[in-house]
Ligand binder design. Structure first.
Ligand code: IMP
Length: 204
């Protein structure tokens, strides 16, 4: 069995990635562990101003500290009429980190007067794979949609209740876990990265 570390202390994210990469995990006999297995490692400060920079910072730090191939991601909501904001600042848009409801209310307030046809947005994810030798591969995934005027749905987290998914009438918070994984920005980015993982692990 080969260990890969996912650069997060969030057990929910580790389980989510185990689901997304289930086929590859079986095929290559992988074990995906989170940073919870390495309690002494310091947290990485996300000083990047793009998803790619932050995903790279997290993956490289985890690979260097653990000596294992490391995966990381950075994600957020990009609203077209706001020039891609909140972007890397999605988690703290209302001022403090991780206040999901306050974040989406601030955002809805900012675009109250924006007509329906101008309310396009997308969840964006950059997934990074870093090998202890220094190789880094980045893959990007998007989940496009339109911003609703009121939150709807109880599943998911973050801005899920206000993104009406393209090709559907439901918000991301009205999809099941499996439905969201199948089309999510994170699902797409990590499924794309799994081809790189397969190739690089075969070589190293
Ligand atoms: P991170 O990649 O966990 O740092 O996510 C940054 C922030 O982006 C989260 O706190 C959410 O506000 C937002 N975000 C990222 N992915 C999603 C998603 O799938 N649904 C809703 N919000 C998301």
């Amino acid at each position: 069995m080969r260990r890969i570390v996912l650069a997060t202390r969030n057990g929910h994210k580790v389980r989510e990635l185990q689901t997304i990469l289930a086929d590859l995990i079986d095929e290559l006999d992988l074990e995906i562990v989170g940073l919870g297995e390495f309690p002494d490692l310091p947290d990485v400060v996300e000083t990047g101003v793009t998803f790619a920079q932050n995903a790279t910072l997290k993956a490289v730090a985890a690979a260097e500290a653990t000596g294992l191939p490391a995966l990381a991601d950075d994600s957020g909501l990009a609203v077209n009429v706001l020039g891609g904001s909140p972007g890397v600042f999605s988690a703290r848009w209302a001022g403090t980190h991780g206040q999901d409801r306050a974040n989406l209310e601030v955002l809805l307030g900012q675009i109250t007067d924006v007509p329906d046809e101008q309310r396009s947005a997308a969840f964006v994810c950059v997934a990074a794979l870093a090998l202890p030798g220094g190789t880094v591969v980045l893959r990007r995934g998007q989940m496009p949609g339109t911003l609703a005027r009121e939150p709807r749905g109880d599943n998911g987290f973050g801005y899920d209740p206000i993104l009406v998914v393209d090709g559907d009438t439901r918000t991301a918070a009205e999809l099941t876990f499996e439905e969201k994984n199948a089309i999510s920005h994170r699902g797409k980015a990590f499924r794309s990265l799994s081809a790189d993982l397969r190739e690089l692990l075969a070589r190293s």
